[in-house]
Design a protein around this ligand. Structure first.
Ligand SMILES: [Zn+2]
Length: 222
């Protein structure tokens, strides 16, 4: 049985957790405490959402392309963008990984990751979950030589590190269209999809938390 809860802090970020799965609750102090997931009522919803978000914000530094994560816990998610169950390798926001320069938004000289990285083997089909227009090029080398954007009415969705692009610049896509295959181009840490959301025409420094557009559903936390 899947218990789906609504995150009260991020209205469009839907979370679901398999009932009975132990959710590791990571607190700022560091200790990990395994808790059984109750069937959430209204008062528990925000707690469950907070604990899952806390877990994802302190995700392991395991290379995103590895099939066996190095550090637990790992959040496994599904999304209409890739269909199958994959784990989040690097979350959006501040982190201590060496790939990102220090950012003024982050404490302790930490860097800022402008998207979310979902581990998946090279060649995984990427399916658009939105209607939009394809914008090729102009993203720089960090995203890989074939990274591109899907531009909707009010945002750009960046698909990074892809190995093959199946659409042309200017092409209109609709939900369900396979637009690319994932890969490791430009990625220092193995094959994964870098999923990023910006304002239309915006720079990476303007990237927003992409989880709402990813429409990820948490399948399990191990
Ligand atoms: Zn990334």
């Amino acid at each position: 049985m899947i218990v789906t809860v609504k995150c009260t802090r991020s209205s469009a970020f839907r979370l679901s957790v398999a009932a009975g799965v132990a959710v590791p609750l990571l607190l700022a102090a560091g200790p990990v405490e395994a808790l059984q997931v109750p069937t959430p009522d209204a008062s528990q919803t925000s707690w469950l959402a907070r604990s899952v978000l806390a877990a994802t914000s302190q995700l392991p530094t395991a290379a995103a392309g590895q099939q066996k994560p190095m550090v637990n816990p790992v959040v496994y998610v599904t999304s209409p963008w890739f269909g199958q169950v994959r784990y989040i390798g690097i979350n959006y926001g501040c982190n201590k990984l060496p790939y990102y320069p220090p950012d003024s938004r982050c404490p302790g000289h930490q860097g800022f990751h402008h998207g979310v990285d979902i581990a998946m083997p090279t060649g995984t089909p990427i399916t658009s979950a939105v209607a939009g227009r394809v914008v090729l090029g102009g993203l720089g080398t960090a995203y890989g030589s074939r990274a591109f954007r899907i531009r909707t009415a009010n945002r750009d969705i960046v698909l990074g590190h892809v190995s093959r692009v199946l659409v042309r610049s200017g092409q209109r896509v609709k939900p369900g269209d396979v637009v690319a295959y994932s890969g490791a181009l430009g990625a220092p840490d193995g094959a994964h999809l870098h999923f990023e959301v910006r304002p239309v025409g915006g720079a990476y420094t303007q990237a927003k938390n992409p989880m709402a557009q990813l429409r990820a559903q948490v399948v399990a936390i191990r």
